[in-house]
Design a protein around this ligand. Structure first.
Ligand code: NDP
Length: 257
């Protein structure tokens, strides 16, 4: 089970939730001496993950950083350069980190440019600048497959009341990666919407959402056992990666495959 080859895998938001599961599942599918760069603000959680991953024969580096900071892309690239070796066959960047933003309020309450900028910086600009930095640091070369994944959402395509920041951020990110797919034909770009996951983000969603009918729908999903486990969703994403048949730049939803 080493189908992904010797990888350099960079996963943002690996401290918990879906990103953490992706790190663990991906680790099962790679050759020994693959390199994992796991990124988030919570150092303790990343170090625990590192210890778990180290049971496989992997080189794991934790980058403890807030991705909205200007220096974050450089820190991630530095760690990747230091840890990687010339025999890496496959670069995989998983842009997973995201935040929900304040979903308790409606669009007309967002008068603070600073608040909106902070959200977009953390959720949109950071993903663009990190992806660009990684692609520059590891350019196209023979023998190196390169894949960039954006963890997307139905919210990239469909508006939801009181979720203006999140929907805007997901829509912008999705388009960003579609443009990238057009520009870089050698690159594999996947926008994967993972389904309704039972994570910290979902707890916030079902307790804080300002639109009450939507909040109830999210809460009912938990009560009716309709939430998806990170493992189930991740297995579908890994199948997409392994089969490698999707059209680069496509939006693929957990519920559609
Ligand atoms: P969680 O809130 O459970 O985890 C988010 C992760 O992102 C954490 O590891 C967090 O780490 C990290 N993160 C957030 N902000 C930053 C930041 N500024 N700098 C560095 N790391 C950051 O979310 P999920 O696991 O649920 O979500 C994973 C992805 O799936 C997201 O892109 C989300 O939008 C998407 N998604 C989730 C759905 C769901 O139902 N949960 C549905 C559809 C899409 P730390 O706090 O340690 O920094």
């Amino acid at each position: 089970m080493e189908q992904l080859g010797r990888v350099l895998c960079i996963i943002t938001g690996a401290s918990r939730g879906f990103g953490r599961t992706v790190a663990k599942e991906m680790a099962r599918l790679v050759k020994p001496r693959s390199v994992f760069i796991v990124v988030a603000r919570s150092g303790d959680e990343l170090r625990t993950l590192k210890a778990e991953l180290a049971e496989s024969d992997l080189e794991v580096r934790c980058v403890v950083v807030d991705l909205s900071l200007t220096e974050a892309p450089e820190m991630v690239v530095r760690a990747a350069k230091e840890a990687s070796s010339p025999d890496i066959e496959h670069l995989i960047l998983v842009n997973n980190a995201a935040s929900l933003g304040d979903v308790s309020r409606f669009t007309k309450s967002f008068t603070s440019m600073a608040e909106v900028n902070a959200y977009l910086s953390s959720n949109v600009s950071s993903a663009l600048c990190l992806t660009a930095s990684v692609l520059q640091a590891f350019p196209e070369q023979s023998g190196l497959r390169r894949c960039v994944i954006n963890i997307s959402s139905l919210c990239a395509l469909k508006p939801f009341c009181s979720w203006v920041l999140y929907c805007t951020g997901k829509a912008a990110r999705e388009m960003m990666f579609k443009v990238l797919a057009e520009e870089e034909p050698d690159l594999r770009v996947l926008n994967y919407a993972p389904g309704q996951l039972d994570t910290d983000m979902h707890i916030l969603a079902r307790t804080q959402t300002g639109e009450l009918s939507f909040r109830k729908m999210l809460s009912d999903m938990l009560d009716n056992g309709q939430l998806v486990t990170c493992e189930t969703s991740c297995a579908k994403m890994m199948k997409l990666l392994l089969e490698d048949k999707y059209t680069s730049g496509d939006h693929i939803d957990f519920y559609d495959i």
